[in-house]
Design a protein around this ligand. Structure first.
Ligand SMILES: [Zn+2]
Length: 117
């Protein structure tokens, strides 16, 4: 079979724990749902203890707390957002990766080890 005939690469599903620490999750997927339902792309995450300063591509700054039960953690797990921030220009592959991410209670990474990096 030639290269042209090959089916497109299937999107690999990723599994993360439901109780994955929010800061680890944000640091990994580099997406942030704002209160207004806009999904931003993250340019930098600076973690300081139990909080992190997140700077989006559209130059918004958020100070986030490491909580599994916060609004943002819930939104990220459920992949809720009303629209993608037009200024951040989140690429499609990133959104596809995000939508193929699963959160399970007993399966997946907590994103705490080096092998997850
Ligand atoms: Zn943005």
């Amino acid at each position: 079979m030639t290269t042209e005939e090959r089916p497109p690469k299937a999107i690999k599903k990723r599994f993360y724990r439901k109780r994955v620490p929010l800061l680890n999750l944000v640091n990994k997927i580099k997406l942030w749902p704002s209160r207004t339902g806009q999904l931003h792309g993250i340019r930098s995450v600076v973690i300081a203890g139990d909080t992190a300063r997140v700077i989006t591509h559209c130059n918004k700054e958020f100070l986030i707390k490491n909580s599994q039960n916060s609004r943002a953690a819930r939104w990220l797990r459920n992949k809720w957002f009303s629209q993608v921030c037009p200024k951040c220009g989140v690429p499609d592959w990133k959104l596809q990766k995000y939508s193929s991410t699963m959160f399970k209670r007993h399966q997946g990474s907590m994103l705490t080890g080096d092998k997850d990096a």
